[in-house]
Write a protein that binds this ligand. Structure first.
Ligand code: OFO
Length: 163
């Protein structure tokens, strides 16, 4: 039901989503090692969400009777200069993922693959939300600067993320 080209592109996206999960887990480990336990908890929830994204692609490829082919996951970076730098990179990464999703939509449209196009709608909307959420966190860091008390409160606020 899907073309070979689309099947390959969707399998590549499974890899990209699992890499996102791995990258955010690595950021969580870094943040935890620096005792930013709230920020680390936020990243762990995000890592879990990325795994769920990967599984949505996995299920879709199976649903359209495609073949899942898993490939090697790139090694993520393991340390950052500061929590702000980690979140800035998370923001950049989400913009990159949005670009990938847009390219998948363009391919689905080019192939008149209506089912895949509709499936991808969820991710188009999801990416707007994810880019915006991380951008807001980066703005907060920038507003707070080096004020330790405020950073402590931000750590506590982000640590309350449940999903
Ligand atoms: Fe962060 O949305 Fe998936 O990758």
């Amino acid at each position: 039901m899907i073309s070979d080209k689309m099947q390959k592109a969707l399998n590549d996206q499974i890899n990209a989503e699992i890499f996102s999960s791995y990258l955010y887990l690595s950021m969580a480990a870094y943040l935890e090692s620096e005792n930013w336990n709230g920020l680390a908890a936020w990243m762990k929830v995000q890592s879990g969400e990325e795994y769920c994204h990967a599984m949505k692609f996995y299920k879709y490829v199976n649903d359209v009777e495609g073949k899942i082919t898993l490939t090697a996951i790139e090694k993520p970076k393991s340390s950052w200069k500061s929590p702000l730098q980690a979140f800035e990179e998370a923001h950049k990464h989400e913009l990159y993922i949005s670009d990938r999703i847009n390219k998948l939509v363009a391919l689905a449209m080019q192939e008149n693959d209506y089912a895949t196009n509709i499936f991808l709608n969820y991710f188009v909307t999801e990416q707007v939300e994810e880019v915006s959420t991380v951008a807001q966190i980066v703005h907060k860091f920038n507003l707070l600067g080096d004020n330790k008390t405020s950073l402590f409160l931000l750590d506590r606020e982000l640590g309350m993320r449940a999903k």
